[in-house]
Design a protein around this ligand. Structure first.
Ligand SMILES: NC(=O)c1ccc[n+]([C@@H]2O[C@H](COP(=O)([O-])OP(=O)(O)OC[C@H]3O[C@@H](n4cnc5c(N)ncnc54)[C@H](OP(=O)(O)O)[C@@H]3O)[C@@H](O)[C@H]2O)c1
Length: 431
């Protein structure tokens, strides 16, 4: 065994930070055997020293300013578990890498926005940047793609990348809850991010998708060109119809790369209920990766939480203790490609459309006329009335159409006087 221990500073002692300390303490010997050297925490850092975190931190040096950690002589690597796209986290990353020390983070927002810049700094300073915990918590998907599948050309990666929204959609189906009810319950359970929009509007999933695209395809991270929609408009009626039609609604991140063109999107989809990924419920994540020599691979596990996320962070620390410092995105940064973004408007596929209209004569004829003007052909139309209020849901499944045609149709339909709420469409994906 190498004699010099790896000396670690942990910045951020919330859910994940505390989890990392617990694992490094509990599995001290097992980890030392696997890493080939001891891994010791020397320093910890958070905002408030006086918070009871349920663990004894008295043997570690306490530092208030995370950006100072990289300058300390008794710190070999910095673990950033604070969060935030920039601010202290980004300053800490830059200080650490520019000080020729390796840096581990679980911060998906920061890597999605600044991953390439940081990877470049790591490369120039001959140190490691690692972020396994940033995507799908306990599923080692970054190592699976970058190492296990390294022999393959990859063109498609998709998955359930946000456990909270998957939990909400699962519970809406299992218990027939409305969106409003499940939102209140999820909030009460503390499952939502401090800024709930990150979960509900698909932003958190998009951060992870941006990272996966770069890891899988060797493209530069391009968060700004991801088409992002969340789950706020999904209602019980959609969940019920999906079931009736043999589908299940999931919030998926989908990234495809072909001939230099990169299509990245996060939005609710209807998928065949019998697909393995359709059966992934509640807080679980799942990722599917297609490679030219392995065909299709499927990974499932807990996407967040203290244990799974900290487990991924510690795996990265072990990697560094072993002396691995290969490129963060598995290619030298000068080889990362700036791909051409593909607009969602180019999508060709089927759509589920839900309209809520007055139950009166001529409505269906008006809707049909709007569809014809937009060149949208419908293969199935269902209708469910509400005798109490004289309104009706009209559900349509289209044939393969362009996204632009679907939007044109919905705009036209929305203008009709009998339409009560803004029409909703969900893309049907054949995966
Ligand atoms: N939670 C998960 O399941 C999960 C999963 C995957 C990735 N992540 C990522 O992991 C990171 C940490 O998440 P978390 O859930 O552990 O967050 P958290 O529970 O909110 O903890 C954040 C920690 O950062 C500390 N902090 C905040 N501002 C600071 C500053 N300016 N200087 C020093 N410390 C500061 C806080 O200090 P105080 O405690 O003193 O306030 C707290 O200990 C985030 O990037 C998150 O996106 C989390």
């Amino acid at each position: 065994m190498l004699s010099n221990p790896l000396r670690v500073a942990v910045a951020g002692l919330g859910n994940v930070g505390v989890g990392v300390v617990k694992i490094l303490e509990k599995h001290k010997e097992l980890i030392a055997d696997r890493a080939g050297r001891e891994i010791v925490i020397t320093t910890v850092c958070a905002r408030n020293k006086n918070v009871d975190r349920g663990i004894d931190l008295s043997s570690y040096e306490w530092v208030d300013d995370a950006t100072q950690l990289a300058d300390m002589d008794n710190v070999d690597i910095v673990i950033e578990l604070i969060g935030g796209e920039d601010g202290v986290a980004l300053m800490s990353a830059k200080n650490t890498l520019n000080n020729s020390k390796s840096f581990v983070t679980a911060n998906k927002a920061m890597i999605a926005h600044h991953g390439c810049e940081l990877a470049d700094m790591a490369q120039k300073n001959d140190v490691a940047l690692r972020f396994e915990a940033a995507v799908a918590g306990g599923i080692p998907i970054i190592k699976a793609i970058g190492e296990g599948l390294a022999a393959n050309e990859l063109n498609l990666v998709y998955g359930i990348m946000n456990g909270t929204t998957n939990y909400m959609l699962s519970q809406m189906e299992a218990r027939g809850l409305s969106y409003t009810d499940i939102l209140a319950e999820t909030e009460e359970l503390g499952y939502l991010e401090a800024d709930p929009a990150l979960d509900l509007d698909g932003i958190d999933a998009a951060h992870k998708l941006a990272i996966l695209s770069s890891v899988a395809f060797g493209t530069k991270t391009d968060f700004d060109n991801i088409h992002i929609e969340g789950i706020r408009n999904i209602e019980t009626v959609d969940i019920e119809y999906a079931k009736e039609l043999g589908y299940r609604i999931k919030l998926l991140g989908i990234t495809k790369y072909e001939d230099g063109n990169l299509s990245q999107r996060v939005h609710p989809v209807m998928i065949d209920r019998n697909l393995p990924i359709a059966g992934v419920m509640d807080g679980f994540n799942a990722i599917v990766v297609d490679g030219d020599f392995i065909d299709r691979t499927f990974y499932q596990g807990r996407g967040a939480g203290e244990g799974p996320t900290a487990s991924a962070v510690v795996a990265d620390i072990i990697d560094i203790a072993r002396g691995h410092k290969g490129p963060a995105f598995f290619k030298p940064t000068e080889k990362l490609v700036a791909a051409n973004p593909v607009s969602i408007n180019q999508r060709l596929g089927e759509y589920y459309i839900r309209l809520h209209v007055q139950d009166e004569a001529g409505v269906i004829a008006d809707i049909t006329a709007s569809l014809t003007l937009a060149n949208v052909s419908v293969k199935t139309m269902l209708q469910k009335g509400n005798e109490r209020d004289g309104t009706v849901y009209v559900i349509m499944l289209t044939h393969d159409i362009r996204e632009t045609a679907m939007k044109d149709a919905l705009n036209r339909i929305n203008e009709l006087p009998s339409v009560i709420e803004t029409p909703l469409s969900i893309r049907i994906e054949k995966l």
